[in-house]
Every structure is written in structure tokens, then in C-alpha cells.
Ligand binder design. Sequence first.
Ligand code: GLA
Length: 708
Amino acid sequence: MIKFSTDKKIWILETDDTAYVFGITPGGLITASYFGAKLPRVEDYPAAGEQPAWASFTNMEGQSYEEFSCWGGPRYNEPCLKVEFHDGVRDAVAEYKSHAIKENMLTVTLKDKFYEMEIDLVYEVFADANIIKKSSRVKNTGSNDIIIDQILSGAIYPQQANEYRLTHLCGRWIGETQLMQQVIPEAKITLESRKGFTGHHANPFFALDKNSNADEQHGEIYFGELAYSGNWKICIEKDNFNSIKITAGIHDFDFRWILKAGESFNAPALVYGYTADGFGQMSRNLHKYQLKYLNKFNTNSGNRKILYNSWEATFFSIDEAGQKKLAAIAAETGVELFVMDDGWFGERHSDKAGLGDWFINNKKFPEGLKGLINHVKSLGMDFGLWVEPEMINADSDLYREHPEWIYHFPNRKNTEMRNQLVLNLARKDVQQFVFSFMDKLLSENEISFIKWDLNRAISEPGYPSAEKNEMRQVWVEHTFALYEIIGLLKAKHPKVIFQSCSGGGGRVDMGVLEYFDQVWPSDNTDAFDRLLIQEGFTYAYCPKIMEAWVTDKKNWVNGRELSLEYRFHSCMMGNLGIGENLTKWNDEEKAEAKKLISEYKEIRHVIQNGELYRLLSPRSSHLFSVMYVTEDKNEAVLFAMLQCNHFGKELPKIFPQGLDSNSVYTVNIDGNDIVMSGKAFANIGIEIKLKGDFKSKIVKFIKMKVES
Ligand code: GLA
């Protein structure tokens, strides 16, 4: 998987289908030399080179495809590292020192030519997922402080082409993960968040397709995601020489880190890849990596349980009797996990008070949490709970006791958003508080699921009692502390599933997913809007971690009314949940829900663990279709979702993908069995007849046994 060619001085990182190559130039730079399809002969990979200077304004160093460019000398594009040494020198000169290859890991160590600073470039190759992960680590090997002004995870250079197009995800609260595309101009594009968390507006994912001509099945694409949940940036720079440099990492905005003697700073990982087979394959590679390798606690095997969440049913009006009533109906229809949302603790009767007081409200729950949990358990379901541990209301006992625990600048107003302030998680005592109350909740109660929310961005990021030159570290310390706390809780309570939520999909990224098991992609539960949110989501993230709830018939977002079947089908494309006020269901609706839930149980292994093929997009077709195929290609499930008909026109044919070409499959559509080879399905297609507005259908493909 990883080789070092001593004559060419290049490191060759190969996956099943791709290769990433970089090496040492005769002049001593470390530059990228090849990224693309795997070549048949190792000898074919080029040696690392340098780019010529241009006139007296552009030097070789700035032009070359440096693997990890350190600011200093004539470099004017985005650096991966910018430091200041104790004597005020702000010019780093990194040279190759050594390297080590261990199975699928490579560490290349660089050393500053004069100062006591080393840099590790760390790579991991995931061959079957065609994914490479790289990160950087800066080590202070001397006795004086080093100030880090900027540290990114790494750079990538797509092969030269006439043109590249950027695909990225944009959005806002209740409108997350919308796909955006634009041809890359001769300029710099920055995708970023400065809010202290990943954010709804942009997601740390990018894809650049060569000559702007990729579609789901064809085209060369360079893609990646940053595994980080704090302030981040991804820069895409196209220079006047038709070269594109992509850099990604922790945002340098308001960032400064004091690296003391003997300390190291680990940048988060950049997870990236290349495919020649379009956006569909790009997503499947990312999904495979997420399912098999991403989560540190390997919780992605098996199937996720169908949950019920009480938020949209009750909002803050919750009590034991009401929750028990919902739980009984949920269990009756086949739900496996009952999650109680906001409002169960302290004086939390609205969003104005109570955050921080993480003890059960005994007026609402006379028997404590145990009363409800025992009831839920007796109904055969697991129990889950909502928390928002990084936040506090000014109207809370915790704030009255510890006003100094929030981020704030003296002499300045503390901005409240949703009436809440942000706890300073950079403080050890706050970290201890959060870990302890969570550990107590999980130790004293049979809780199987935690929905961990975050409902505002950080502002006034002051930490008045910190050392002055370390005050800017809070942005990063907050995120690292979150990871550490979840890591400790997971280690102690390994069976608990953690869900990341941030006013819907504000904290969805591969960093959070190293610790959390799944995410809440959006507070928008309109089953039609969700198709667009979910399509964008699956570009970068796998369906298994994408929770979706069936909520009330008339949805609060757009006032749209949709049938129960359509709402279920929309949610069944990921990790199914129910969020409807179940007490309003009549017997017929209960029976229909029960039928749909049991249908989902039969196919969820295909959806949650299978491979996704996007067949028709809701962005360009009134008929939307996706398909999931098990890895062994024995089973597949296809969804067809019609928005509306026009002029009595025939609906487009659907061309199933992902089936084994030579195997024979059977599918039943409206009572008729169709038996064809996988290749025939892909080439001839199928017709799914739907009439009316917002109609939907699921069809299942079964591989036929070959008689011996
Ligand atoms: C956020 C979440 C919702 C719900 C509320 C509770 O908005 O996204 O699902 O949990 O908080 O206050």
C-alpha cells in the first residue's frame, strides 16, 4: 500500500484504484508529484519536481506543489504552517529528516533548518475505500515557546486540466446541505466557519470535477472532508498558471497557539480521495470509509434502532404521564427506542431557563427519570435522552453559582442567542462538570441513547482568567474538549449511541463522527424538503448516520400536507425515526404505521449498510429515485418519489444501478414480476407508475439462486 522509492525519492500511497505520490526534489522541497488513477507499474510514478519561477515576481518555492508549505521565503499562497520563534523570526524552513512506514501508515518527519521544531506529516491509507487520511503534527523540540499562527492539515493539488468545478454544501437552519456548484475562477474561494462550530451555512466537504463534466456515473473528481468541528476553512486557489491548490484545516481567524517546550500540536485529519467514476462513486467511497473506519469506537456494525422522539409532539410541555402515553403507542407500532427531548430538567419550561441544571424536574416526573425509564423498558424499548451540555441559560442555578463559567469579555455585553450563553469548555472545571453530570446520568439510569445538542454559535470568546497570550486558544480547546469528553463517556459507557445535533444539522462533520454515532441532519421534517437535504447530505455522509423522523401530516415548515406513506418513505432512506404526535393517530394510521415500520425492519440492513446509488435527482426531475445495494449484491431496495405530474406525461424510466451484471434478479412492480440480469436492469430500465402529487413506492430486488 505504501512504498518509498529510494532512487526517485518518492512515497507512493496506493489504494485499490488510486495513487497519491509525493517526494523530495533535488532542491530539497517536498512536493506532490502524482494524484489520480493507480498506474500499472511503480516505475511510472514521476519524481517530485519544482515549478519554474516567472519573471521577478513569482518564485519557484511559491509555484511548486508543496506537500506542506511552511510560510517563509517567497511564498504567497495559503501556507499550511505559519509560526513565530522566540526571537521574532517568522520564517520556517522545513527539511526532510526521516520517515517511517508501518502497515497502512506513513509518517514523514521534517525539521526546521535552524530552530528546534519538527513537523510530522502523518498518512493513513484505506485501500478498499480508496480513501487517504492525512494530518500534521508540530513538535517543539527546544526550550523556547513557538507561536503557531496557522496550522492546516495539508494541501492537495488536482492534476492540471482546462477547468475544474467545485461542488460544495451550503445552507441554513431548516435548509442544510444544499448542493452548490461553480466553475473555479482564477481566484481564491474559501469555505469556512468562524462560529466556533461546523455551522449550517457551509460544510467542510469539497469535490472538484475535472473539466466540469462529472455526473453520478462518470467523470474524474478530487474530493475531501475535514474532520473537525470548530472554526475551519477550506481554501481553493487557482493561480495564473492553471494550478489549483486545495488546503484545509483549523481556521487561522483569531487563532493563536503557544507551543511550549516539549509539546506537540496535532492538527485534525483531512480525509480525501480521487475517483474516475463520478459523484456516485465518490460518495460510496466516503460512505465506506465512514461505515468501516471513521468512528473510534466502531459502533457502525449492525442495524440502528427505530426511535421515537417527543420534540415535535410536545415541545416543552412534557411530563411523565404524557411521555408514558406516547411511549405506549410508539411500542405498539414497533418503535425500539424512546427518546425524551428538551424540557425534562430544572426549571426548563421554555427556552428561557434551565439549561445547565441537569437534574430531573420532580414536578413533571414525580418518580424521577426511573419511573419513565422503567415504563419504557417494560414496553420492550430502549430509552434515550436530550441534553445540551455546552450551554447555559442566564436564568439557571448553574449560572447564578458560576457566572464566570461562560465565554465573555469584561466590559462587554454577553450576547444571548435562543436566550443562552456558551460554557467555556476550555476551562478544566467546566470540562469536569460536563463529564461528571453526563457520567452520573448514564451510570445511574439505563440510558442507551444521547441526543447532544448545540443551539447557538460562540460569541465574545473571552477567557479573562487565562494567560493573555493563550486566550485565543479557546476556539480549538472547546472542540478538543468536546471530543475528549465524548471519548471518555464512550469508553465508560460503550453501548450508548451518541447523536450530534445542532439546531438540526449544524454540527455534521467527520470530526464529530469520530466520536458520535449519528447526526440529526435538519430540524426541517417536511418529507419533501428532506429529499433535497438528504440528497446533499449523502454526497458527503452515509445514510446510516442520517436520522429522519416522520412528523405530523401538516408540517410546520411549509404547511405542506403529505400522506403517511410518503412521509415514511422519505424517512426510510436513512435511519428511520418517528416524531409525530402519536396520540393524534387513529386506528387506521396506527395500523399503517405498524406495517411501514415492519417493512423498514426488513430492508434496513440494505439501507443502513448497503451502497447508495442516486438515480434521479430531485433538483432536476419531478421523479426522484435512489437505490441501495448490499455489498454482496444479493439484495437491493429502490425508492421512487414523485413530486407531481404534468400534462399527463409519462414518467422517466428508472435505470437501476449497482446490481451484479451477470446475476439474475427478480423485482415485483404492481403485482408483476420482472426477471432480468443486473445488466439488463441497468440498460433497459424499469417503469414505476405513480399518479398524483407526492406519491411514492419502494421496490425490492432479490438475486435469484442459480440451480446447480
Ligand atoms: C434543537 C434541536 C431540536 C430539539 C430542540 C430542543 O432545535 O434541533 O430537535 O431538540 O433543540 O430544544
